[in-house]
Design a protein around this ligand. Structure first.
Ligand code: 9PG
Length: 657
C-alpha cells in the first residue's frame, strides 16, 4: 500500500502510480421519494475546513441531508450519514457519485476493469474497453445470476461491478481498487466508463438504498468506501480484503462428499447411504457427507421429506455419523414455489412487488416445468418462526451439523417487506443471523447463490463460483441464451481463479465439487485435471461428487494426492498473477511454492511464461520448476520459462524447487 496525498489541485496522488482522482470534478445526486413525489438532490463538494487530505460532500435537500467525508491516508475512504430532517417518511432509492477524471496513471494507455459479480454464481472477470458486458437474454435467468438493480448496459466500454472493482492502467502497472467497507448494509456498485478514443475513464459509485423507508428524524449510516492503490494487482486485493475481513476463527479445511453432481435430484436414501458406507470403509479423512437437493416434497417445505427417504432424515444422519462423518444438508431457506404448503398457507411471508404479487426469484428446471420460485420476507415474524423451526429440526432433531444454504439471494431481492425500514442486504443478514443463532456456533454454514458482501462475517464458507458440471462448456445453451454466467466447468474454474484471494480472508472459499470420475462424464482428462489443479493451487475446501463405488483404484489414489496438495496450498496465499490481463487467469502462484499454468483456449498453445515480469520480484532470478504429476522439469532461460505446447484446456501444476 502506498500513501495517498491530495495535492493543491484537489488531486489524489500516489507517489508511484500517479493515480489522479480530481475531487473538484466529482458530481452526484441523491434519489428518493416523499409521498408521490420523486426528488433528485445534487451532491455538493466542499473542502473540509482547510484540513489536508480531507474533503466534504454534502446534500442539503428539501428533506434529506447528507454529509460524506473523504479522507486520504494509506487508503482513501469515504464515510457518511444520511439524515431525514423532515417530518415525513422518505423512500430512499440511491446515491450516485460520479468521478469524471478517474485516471490511474496516464493517457492513451491500455486500461482494464475487473468486475466482481453480485453473488456466488455471477460471472467475475476482467473486461477491456473495447468489450461489452452481457447478461442473459432470458429474464428468469437474470434474477438468478445478475443483480436486477445493477444490470450491465451491454454497451461497448461500460462495465459494472458489485462490492468492488479494480481499474488498471496496464502500461503503467497502476492498479486501483474501489470497494465497499463495513458494515455491508447497502449494496454498492462500481461502474467504469471507458471511451474508445483514449480519454480518461469515468467512474461511478452507486450506493443502492434499496427502496428503504427512512422515518422522520431518522439517520442511515452509509457503508464506508475504500480506495486502495498499488503497483501490484494482487496486493490491492489482499490489502482490501485485510481491511474488511471479519473476525473469523480459523477452521480446519472442510472436505467430504456431496450428492449433487452425480445424482442431482434423483438421489435417494439407498444410494446416499451406499456412498456413505463406501466412504466409511475407505481410509480417508473426510469431514462432511452432504445430502443436496432432492429430499423434500416441494421447494419451501423443507420439513416434508419425500418417499425416496422412507426412514426419514434423522435415520439418514445417524447412519452418516456412524460411518465416521458429519452429516450435512442442503436447504434453500429464503425461496419457495407456489406448489408448497408454505405458499398455500402463508402468502404474506413472501416479498411483494408494487402490485402485491410475490417477487420472482427464478426458474429452476430441476424443480419441474413450473419451476418458478419466489423470494421470502425474512422480516415477517411468522416466517421468522418457521425459519427457526426448520433450522431447529434440521440441526437439533435430525442431527445435520453442516448446512448448505442455497439460493440465498432470495432474501435480499428488491421488493416490499413487512419491515421496510431495513435495506435488502440487511434483510439477508438478519436471515443468516437467525440461522446461526438457531443452529449454534459449531454448525458449519456454507452460503451459496449468496450476494457476497451481505454474507461477510455470517458464513463459514462461501461458494465463489457457478456450478461445476460433467462437461466443459454448454455451447448450445450459451449461444441461445447469451448467458455469460452459464453453469459449466470452464466458468466454474474462471471464478475459482479470479476469486481465490478471498480465501481465508472473508471466509473459506468453496470452489464447488471436484469431479474426477473417468466414466459418465464429458470432461476429458485434461479438463478434469485442470479442475483439480485449479482447486489445489487455490487451496479452498473441496467435496467430491462422484458415485464412490464406481471409482477405479487409480482415481482413489489421485484423490489422496489431491487431498494432501490442497491442504498444503491452503496454508499459502494465492495470487492469480495475470487476472487483470485475461478473462481466466492462466498463471497462478501459491506462496507454498506452487505455480499453476493453464491453457483455456480451445486450441493447442505454445506457452512461454514471461518469468521476469510476473515472478522475478517474488521468486528471484533463477528457479527450477517440476511438474507435480509427470515430473517434467522447467528452468528460466533469458527471463522466460518455456512450457512448450499445451493441449486445449490443459494445465500444469509446478512445484518451485
Ligand atoms: C441444487 C443445486 C446445487 C448447486 C447449487 C445450485 O436453474 N438454475 O439456473 C440453477 C442454478 C444453480 C443451481 C441449480 C440450478 O445450483 O449451486 O451446488 O446445490 O443448486 O439445486
Amino acid at each position: 500500500m502506498q500513501d495517498f496525498e491530495v495535492s493543491s489541485e484537489r488531486k489524489f496522488q500516489l507517489a508511484h502510480v500517479r493515480l489522479g482522482i480530481v475531487f473538484g470534478e466529482w458530481s452526484g445526486s441523491l434519489h428518493y421519494r416523499c409521498g408521490e413525489k420523486e426528488y433528485c438532490e445534487e451532491v455538493l463538494f466542499t473542502d473540509a475546513s482547510g484540513e489536508r487530505n480531507r474533503h466534504r460532500l454534502t446534500v442539503e435537500g428539501v428533506h434529506a441531508h447528507m454529509e460524506l467525508i473523504i479522507t486520504a491516508d494509506a487508503v482513501a475512504r469515504i464515510n457518511g450519514v444520511l439524515r431525514n430532517d423532515s417530518t415525513e417518511e422518505l423512500i430512499l432509492d440511491n446515491l450516485t457519485l460520479v468521478i469524471d477524471d478517474f485516471n490511474p496513471g496516464g493517457y492513451l494507455d491500455r486500461y482494464s476493469f475487473f468486475k466482481n459479480g453480485y453473488q456466488s454464481w455471477t460471472a467475475t472477470h476482467v473486461h477491456f474497453p473495447e468489450g461489452r458486458e452481457m447478461s442473459s437474454l432470458i429474464p428468469s435467468m437474470n434474477v438468478m445470476q445478475d443483480n436486477l438493480r445493477n444490470l450491465p448496459t451491454k454497451k461497448k466500454g461500460e462495465f459494472t461491478s458489485d462490492m468492488f472493482a479494480v481499474i488498471a492502467n496496464l502500461d503503467k502497472r497502476a492498479y486501483v481498487l474501489v470497494g465497499q467497507g463495513k458494515d455491508f448494509r447497502q449494496f454498492l456498485y462500481v461502474k467504469g466508463f471507458f471511451s474508445q478514443k483514449g480519454a480518461v475513464p469515468v467512474m461511478e459509485l452507486v450506493y443502492d438504498l434499496g427502496g428503504t423507508v427512512l422515518g422522520a428524524g431518522s439517520t442511515m449510516k452509509l457503508d464506508e468506501v475504500l480506495f486502495v492503490a498499488d503497483s501490484s494487482p494482487n496486493r490491492v486485493q489482499d490489502d482490501y480484503f485485510d481491511l474488511i475481513k471479519p473476525r473469523i476463527t480459523s477452521q480446519q479445511l472442510p472436505t467430504g462428499w456431496c450428492s449433487w453432481y452425480y445424482y442431482f435430484t434423483k438421489i435417494n436414501q439407498k444410494e446416499f447411504l451406499e456412498n456413505a458406507t463406501v466412504a466409511g470403509e475407505r481410509n480417508i479423512d473426510w469431514t462432511y457427507f452432504v445430502l443436496d437437493d432432492g429430499y423434500f416434497t416441494a421447494t419451501g417445505d423443507w420439513l416434508s421429506v419425500n418417499k425416496k427417504f422412507p426412514d426419514g432424515l434423522k435415520a439418514v444422519a445417524e447412519k452418516v455419523q456412524s460411518a465416521g462423518m458429519i452429516p450435512g444438508l442442503w436447504l434453500a431457506p429464503f425461496v419457495a414455489r407456489k406448489n408448497s404448503q408454505l405458499y398455500r398457507e402463508h402468502r404474506e411471508w413472501f416479498l411483494k412487488d408494487k402490485r402485491g404479487k410475490p417477487v420472482l426469484a427464478g426458474w429452476n428446471p430441476n424443480w419441474g416445468l413450473g419451476g418458478n420460485f419466489y423470494g421470502l420476507d425474512v422480516t415477517h415474524p411468522g416466517f421468522q418462526e418457521y425459519l427457526q423451526e426448520v433450522i431447529n429440526t434440521a440441526v437439533h432433531e435430525w442431527g445435520f451439523r453442516y448446512l448448505k444454504l442455497d439460493f440465498v439471494y432470495g432474501a435480499s431481492l428488491y421488493g416490499l417487506a413487512f419491515d421496510q425500514t431495513i435495506t435488502p442486504p440487511e434483510r439477508l443478514r438478519r436471515g443468516l443471523e437467525m440461522v446461526r443463532e438457531t443452529a449454534g456456533k459449531d454448525v458449519f454454514i456454507l452460503g451459496c447463490g449468496c450476494p457476497l458482501s451481505a454474507g461477510i462475517g455470517l458464513v463459514d464458507a462461501m461458494r465463489i463460483g457457478p456450478d461445476v458440471a460433467p462437461y466443459w462448456f454448454a455451447t448450445y445453451r450459451y449461444y441461445l441464451s447469451r448467458d455469460p454466467h452459464a453453469l459449466c466447468t470452464k466458468f466454474a474454474i474462471r471464478s475459482i481463479l479470479n476469486r481465490c484471494p478471498m480465501h481465508r480472508k472473508l471466509w473459506i472459499n468453496d470452489p464447488d465439487c471436484l469431479l474426477i470420475r473417468d466414466r459418465e462424464t464429458r470432461l476429458n482428462v485434461d479438463e478434469r485435471m485442470s479442475l483439480a489443479n485449479a482447486m489445489i493451487i487455490t487451496g479452498g475446501m473441496y467435496l467430491i461428487s462422484d458415485k464412490l463405488s464406481a471409482l477405479a483404484p487409480h482415481i482413489w489414489e489421485l484423490f489422496s494426492q489431491v487431498d494432501s496438495l490442497i491442504h498444503l496450498c491452503d496454508g499459502g496465499h494465492v495470487w492469480p498473477l495475470d487476472y487483470m490481463e485475461r478473462e481466466i487467469p492462466e498463471l497462478v502462484y501459491n506462496s507454498k511454492g506452487y505455480l499453476a499454468v493453464f491453457n483455456f483456449s480451445n486450441r493447442p498453445v505454445y506457452k512461454r511464461i514471461p518469468y521476469q515480469y510476473y515472478l522475478g520480484d517474488i521468486l528471484g532470478e533463477d528457479v527450477r520448476l517440476k511438474d507435480v504429476w509427470d515430473e517434467s522439469v522447467f528452468i528460466v532461460t533469458e527471463g522466460n520459462i518455456d512450457i512448450g505446447e499445451m493441449p486445449p484446456h490443459a494445465s500444469r501444476l509446478l512445484k518451485v524447487e
